[in-house]
Design a protein around this ligand. Structure first.
Ligand code: SF4
Ligand code: SF4
Ligand code: SF4
Length: 253
């Protein structure tokens, strides 16, 4: 059993109740000023973005093989067998490799706190691992955010595309991106128009990390893979540095 969320942007009315419910569940502040922020941050684990009358959500994608967890030297980030990628603040040493490694630029850092933590959506793991539903899915008045089992939600997404092809971009986002994610998305407008990349590799990015490389037989040529991985990590480090410079309070894209 693998838990997932299906977000269907064509059903989303931009009410932002998911944002409020997430903040309430995680005891984070939420007011009109925070509601107006259109970026994920250390105090906003999910965001609903609006363009004209179209909407799109952002949250941790809970990758099937998460790069954030694969680069964490102390296993503070961990993929659970049920799907959520969870964070243990007691293990975290603040190196922020996870922020560099995440292909979706999700983890944020509590720059203003005395004992800062990495913050990101945790899939409401305390509830979902006990059989409950994510706060954002539970509150959603239109069913735009739906909780369920990944294979069943993939089947549902495909059938929505087949039944209403004119309504959707023909793509289930998260089905294959970086090896698949536990957040699946449908949209009526190109995902790129909300900044989602659709040129992501279809293989898990942890394929580029040492933990996996060390298990690959020696006869496999590794030079290209290693160079690609080093280039990618270096490139992302520069991007994260630029984001941090632009938003020292921890806010970012
Ligand atoms: S989206 Fe980023 S933070 Fe979330 S599981 Fe994937 S790599 Fe980790
Ligand atoms: S799954 Fe939970 S933590 Fe993640 S966005 Fe929804 S309410 Fe917030
Ligand atoms: S609660 Fe549902 S309809 Fe409202 S903004 Fe969130 S996803 Fe969209």
């Amino acid at each position: 059993m693998s838990l997932a969320i299906l977000y269907d942007a064509t059903l989303c009315i931009g009410c932002k109740q998911c944002e409020q419910a997430c903040a309430d569940r995680h005891k984070l502040p939420y007011d009109d000023a925070i509601a107006a922020e259109e970026v994920q941050s250390d105090h906003k684990l999910t965001v609903v973005q609006g363009r004209d009358d179209r909407f799109m959500r952002r949250l941790c994608m809970h990758c099937v093989e998460p790069t954030c967890a694969s680069v964490c030297p102390v296993a503070a980030l961990r993929k659970t067998p049920e799907g959520p990628v969870v964070y243990d603040e007691d293990r975290c040493m603040g190196c922020r490799y996870c922020m560099v490694a995440c292909p979706f630029s999700v983890p944020r850092y509590e720059w203003t706190k005395l004992l800062p933590r990495v913050r990101k959506c945790d899939f409401c793991a305390g509830t979902t691992l006990a059989g409950g539903v994510q706060a954002c899915a539970e509150i959603c008045p239109t069913g735009a955010t739906k909780s369920g089992e990944r294979a069943a939600l993939i089947a549902e997404a495909r059938s929505r595309l087949a039944e209403n092809p004119a309504q959707y971009v023909p793509h289930v986002y998260g089905l294959e991106e970086v090896g698949g994610t536990s957040v699946l998305m449908l949209s009526g407008v190109p995902f790129e128009s909300f900044g989602y990349r659709t040129d992501m590799v279809k293989e898990p990015i942890p394929m580029l990390t040492y933990r996996v490389l060390s298990r690959i037989p020696d006869f496999v040529p590794l030079g290209g893979i290693l160079l690609g991985g080093i280039w990618w990590i270096t490139h992302r480090r520069d991007e994260v540095a630029a984001e941090e410079h632009a938003a020292p309070s921890g806010e970012g894209r």
